[in-house]
Design a protein around this ligand. Structure first.
Ligand code: ADP
Ligand code: MG
Length: 581
């Protein structure tokens, strides 16, 4: 059997896992870490860097880096980095490609099949953009599954005998998802899901960043344009401070100069946990709505959930935990690493799809996150108003599902009807996402009010089949909405593949060295000018030694670089990429 991998393509971090020897296992990247930052950069020599090295580069050369592009999935937005223009699926495909290579190195075979997770609240455009990213990376995306569902699969896999009502709360870098579910006798039934695709840990960092800049009498929007290097270094300081505040009562933020350098005597800004809590309170409050909606739709009382499961790095924040604790009245559960559960669950899903023996007693059912419907005209006395939304499949209906409704022609002698297909909860179609349309033609002349049966069938892969049946003529019309036409016609895809193929990558063995260089380059901005000279010299040596092919020189230069970094107080630990301070 060919290998099928499970991928958690996150806003901040991506992971990859495989089901092996009856267990889901995480796959380490070339730096030995299971977390690959979802950051892409183009180096000065026009090569692509993905992951930790690109994240380091983000501090020193933000104009060469792209990050949080998951937020652009499903839009037409383009990002220019290092002279190349990419859309979000293309950038995501570079992350996927790097994960694919990690999996191939780990498994020792070519990997083509994958399951990719998305926030439950991703609409069809965003899902299709994710599928496209997989395709551009040379992966056959066998299924797109919801991140909370994947998280629940991990819990369900390890706790199969349980009979429980669970709610998964996933606050990642850029998105927020809530999913209620029930496990009984190995069956995992998703009951309801809700969320927000524009709320995550990055917003908490931005708040802090905005506040610190304001204290320096600088406006964030202006600083981003005028002093990008200051902002990128300060953002990193703020992210670290945010994480410190998860365990400490205060954090010190160093203020870089406008070139993004942190002098030894840099100004500092101390932030206490209470100040932070007050600052992020509006964001924490925004968690309430999706939680309340998922709970309401599940018809389970908040206090009836046996476990509240936390997923996503941003749930480590005390403010978030406090809020969840008070909402449900129970201590939230975090027995599996919140960063890893989604990818592990994706591997369990791969096992389910491959009929692996280890999961033959597990069944999973999911729901569609949004209502799907069509457009109708409403009559108010003699006034007719079009543009009203007519739901056919309601949100949180278990999938696969097939539902039929009847609509009627509006005018006498109406010969054709356009069946618009929309997704969302708005009362008017203009407030929902347009997915496509189906033209019903050949209606025989006659009075208005002729029935047309419209059937929507939504399957586990998020493919929507729309069928219209005209009883009068017995004719059937059908369309399958698998992808949004605007984003990806075949020729566009081929052009994108060609463009991506032209990009140059560092050989896998080189990624470690590139990461060390990027790390050291970031440190340059954090040491005194005097120390800087020495450090630069050692970096130059290391860079030259890499190109020389002289192994002995390379080893010596690398050792020198690690030593000077350590002397400066920056311990580079290549195994877990933890560094201090
Ligand atoms: P995604 O799945 O969207 O990639 P993750 O689950 O990896 O996101 O979470 C990333 C977010 O979690 C980032 O915003 C990061 O700053 C935040 N985060 C990670 N660890 C902590 C911590 N200890 N305290 C606060 N926030 C954290
Ligand atoms: Mg995530």
């Amino acid at each position: 059997m060919t290998a099928m991998i499970g991928i958690d393509l996150g806003t901040s971090n991506s992971l990859c896992a495989v089901f092996e020897d009856g267990q889901p296992k995480l796959i380490p990247n070339s730096l030995g870490s299971v977390l690959t930052p979802s950051v892409v950069s183009i180096s000065e020599d026009q090569r692509v860097l993905v992951g930790a090295a690109a994240k380091e580069c983000r501090v020193t050369q933000p104009e060469r880096c792209a990050w949080v592009f998951k937020r652009l999935m499903g839009t037409d937005r383009k990002v220019e980095i290092g002279g190349h223009v990419f859309n979000a699926p293309e950038l995501s495909s570079l992350v996927l490609k790097s994960l694919k290579e990690d999996a191939e190195a780990y498994l020792g075979e070519e990997v083509q099949e994958a399951i990719i997770t998305v926030p439950a609240y991703f609409n069809d455009n965003q899902r299709n953009a994710t599928k496209l990213a997989g395709e551009l990376a040379g992966l056959n995306v066998r299924r797109i599954i919801n991140e909370p569902t994947a998280a629940a699969l991990t819990y369900g896999f390890h706790d199969r005998g349980a009979e429980k009502k669970l709610i998964v709360i996933d606050l990642g870098g850029g998105t927020f998802d809530v999913t209620a579910m029930e496990i009984f006798e190995g069956t995992l039934e998703i009951i309801s899901t809700a969320g927000e695709s524009m709320l995550g840990g990055e917003d908490f960092t931005d708040r802090l960043l905005g506040r610190v800049l304001k204290a320096q009498q600088i406006q964030l929007e202006i600083a981003e344009v005028k002093h990008p290097l200051l902002v990128s270094r300060l953002r990193q300081e703020c992210e670290a401070a945010k994480c410190t505040l998860a365990t400490n009562s205060e954090a010190i933020i160093r203020i870089p100069d406008i070139q993004g350098k942190l002098a030894e005597d840099a100004l500092t800004h101390t932030i206490t946990r209470d100040e932070f809590l007050e600052m992020v309170d509006p964001l924490v409050k925004r968690l309430a709505r999706p939680i309340a909606k998922a709970v309401r739709d599940s018809r389970i009382a908040p206090t009836d959930f046996h476990s509240v499961i936390l997923v996503g790095g941003a749930t480590r924040m005390e403010a978030v935990r406090d809020f969840i604790r008070s909402f449900f009245g129970v201590e939230p559960l975090c027995s599996h690493n919140p960063d890893e559960v989604v990818a592990l669950g994706a591997a369990v899903q791969a096992a389910l799809m491959q009929d692996d023996k280890a999961v033959d007693d597990m069944i999973m059912t999911d729901v569609c996150p949004f209502t799907l419907g069509t457009e109708i005209i409403k009559e108010f006395g003699r006034r007719r108003v079009d543009g009203y939304y007519f739901p056919i499949i309601h949100r949180n209906t278990t999938i696969p599902v097939s539902r039929e409704e009847i609509v009627y022609t509006a005018d006498p002698n109406q010969r054709q009807v356009r069946v618009g297909v929309y997704q969302g909860e708005g009362r008017k179609v203009e407030d929902n996402l347009f997915l496509g349309e189906l033209e019903v033609t050949g209606i025989p002349p006659g009075p208005s009010g002729k029935p047309i049966h419209i059937r929507f069938t939504y399957d586990l892969n998020g493919i929507l089949e729309v069928e219209a049946y005209l009883p009068e003529t017995g004719k059937k019309f059908m369309t399958v909405l698998t992808q949004h036409a605007k984003l990806d016609s075949r020729s566009d895809i081929n052009a994108a593949v060609e463009k991506l193929q032209k990009l140059k990558f560092y050989p896998r063995d080189d990624v470690k060295n590139q990461h060390l260089i990027q790390f050291a380059e970031r440190v340059i901005g954090e040491v005194s000018p005097f120390q800087r000279d020495d450090l630069e010299m050692v970096i130059d040596q290391f860079e030259q030694s890499m190109a020389s092919g002289d192994r002995e020189w390379f080893e010596r230069a690398r050792e020198n670089l690690l030593t000077i970094l350590a002397e400066l107080g920056f311990c580079y630990d290549e195994d877990d990429q933890e560094f201090s301070p």
